[in-house]
Design a protein around this ligand. Structure first.
Ligand code: FAD
Length: 425
């Protein structure tokens, strides 16, 4: 069985994997299944990464429960993986084959006796914005991060630890699991190889001033759309207009929102075209008559993903417009949105009115503002340059924008690189 806390102040393993998304989980499990000891370190209270926040994933349109659950089952069953959540790498010294890593363990304020019964949550009077749902709804100050959270254990938002009202939660816990005096700890880990799998975050859409995100309530982003469509989301899976919770009659998907744009992200994030087509299927399932418009510079659906694109073209009410949306304005009376686009072939300017606009924003590597504390070459956009001779091995979307299956393939390769790096030392 994979091990959590309590943790000794000095631990050792063959490979340290930083980042518990689909890439990090894959590297950890592939390494452990060939007999190596692994530490899988995640800064959040649970592993799963961004994939856990998806409603479904292309091309199979299966829920994340199927992909993540397979990996979780393998992780749960493997005694060679030690999972550290709420953990951060503070310092790395040494060299390939002989690293010493200083790790900070932040307090969860809930110990391993928690059975996730929920009694604490029921009596908790403090609410906080639910970051898993981009703040659209709320959780209690003691909460389970999300439906699939692993470890399946409650956590206390540290901002409320001194609040007297939490005492009620402590009293309600039948397992004596809440420890509000838990302190941060620092431990060291001796490892032979380090894999950096810290993934991505969405581009900040408020920076794309002409598209109105943050000013017009019915302009949302693609990651928010995933939460609206999910049964564990703020509307229990119902896609609605945020301004009035009304049903949706027309939707505009704005491709390359801030991507392939010198003023924002100059690169293509590789998944946004397919992600929007997938989200068009969410809309279609709920609203058989909705008009769906997708504005694109060019559609990128490499390899077999072309089949997914071709299948979507059978939907007569899904209109593909070749044109970049230059501006979104709002009708103040209806809160509808007017999407102004220029056809990149003919130069024709069009105006399309919709109830809801979804900005297909791209991926920014987390290494942009949280780079590894060891000499690592990053490219112009902040992705790790994965090249021989590096002190650490980058994988998944920390290296380049990738979909899930490509992240898994890349992470399997990273496991092999880590095994080779640590061999014979
Ligand atoms: C809108 C949208 C929809 C998408 N839909 C699909 C789809 O349908 N199908 C598909 O195949 N792909 C899809 N993708 C792509 C998919 O999200 C990625 O392929 C996947 O998330 C990559 O996993 P990862 O492990 O590299 O990164 P992440 O999922 O970002 O995981 C990284 C993990 O590292 C942790 N971390 C970050 N920094 C640190 C640190 N300093 N220390 C410790 N831990 C850290 C994070 O908390 C996180 O748990 C979509 C992407 C977008 C933008």
């Amino acid at each position: 069985m994979a091990e959590f806390e309590p943790v000794d102040s000095q631990i050792a393993a063959d490979t340290l994997v930083v980042g518990g998304g689909i890439a990090g989980m894959t590297t950890a499990i592939e390494t452990a299944e060939v007999g190596r000891q692994v530490i899988l370190l995640e800064k959040l209270p649970s592993i799963g990464g961004r994939v856990a926040a998806m409603n479904q994933y292309f091309p199979k349109l299966c829920p994340p429960t199927c992909g993540i659950e397979i990996n979780l089952r393998r992780l749960r069953a493997n005694p060679r993986v030690r999972i550290l959540t709420l953990a951060e790498v503070e310092k790395v010294s040494g060299t390939v084959g002989d690293y010493e890593v200083t790790i900070k363990l932040n307090p969860r304020f809930v110990n391993e006796k928690c059975t996730a019964c929920g009694d604490c949550e029921k009596v908790c009077e403090i609410e906080r914005g639910n970051d898993f749902n981009f703040g659209i709804d709320k959780t209690k100050a003691i909460y389970l991060p999300h439906m699939m959270a692993y470890p399946n254990r409650y956590v206390v938002d540290p901002r409320f630890v001194g609040d007297e009202r939490l005492k009620k939660c402590v009293e309600a816990c039948p397992s004596d699991a809440i420890e509000l005096d838990m302190q941060p700890r620092t431990i060291t880990a001796k490892v032979k190889a380090i894999v950096w799998a810290t993934g991505w975050k969405p581009y900040d859409a408020t920076k794309i001033d002409n598209l109105g995100f943050g000013r017009f309530p019915n302009v949302i982003t693609n990651v928010i759309m995933e939460r609206y469509a999910s049964v564990s989301g703020p509307t229990e899976g119902k896609i609605v207009r945020p301004s009035d919770n009304a049903e949706v009659k027309s939707v505009g998907f704005v491709q390359c929102a801030g991507s392939r744009d010198e003023n924002h992200l100059p690169y293509c994030s590789a998944v946004c075209c397919l992600a929007s087509m997938k989200q068009a299927t969410y809309v279609r399932e709920q609203y058989p008559d909705a008009e769906i418009h997708m504005f694109y510079i060019d559609v990128r659906s490499p390899g077999r993903l072309e089949d997914f694109y071709v299948a979507r073209q059978e939907d007569e009410k899904l209109h593909f417009h070749r044109g970049k949306v230059a501006r979104i304005t709002e009708d103040p009376n209806t809160k509808n949105l007017i999407l102004e686009a220029e056809n990149t072939l003919t130069g024709e300017i069009t105006k399309t009115e919709v109830d809801l606009a979804v900005l297909a924003t791209g991926m920014v590597p987390n290494t942009v503002d949280d780079s590894p504390p060891v000499e690592t070459r990053l490219d112009d956009y902040g992705f790790i340059v994965d090249e021989p001779g590096n002190s650490l091995i980058g994988t998944g979307t920390a290296v380049r924008p990738l979909d899930v299956s490509a992240s898994i393939q890349d992470a399997t390769g990273a496991a092999l690189k880590a095994i080779i790096a640590g061999k014979g030392r």
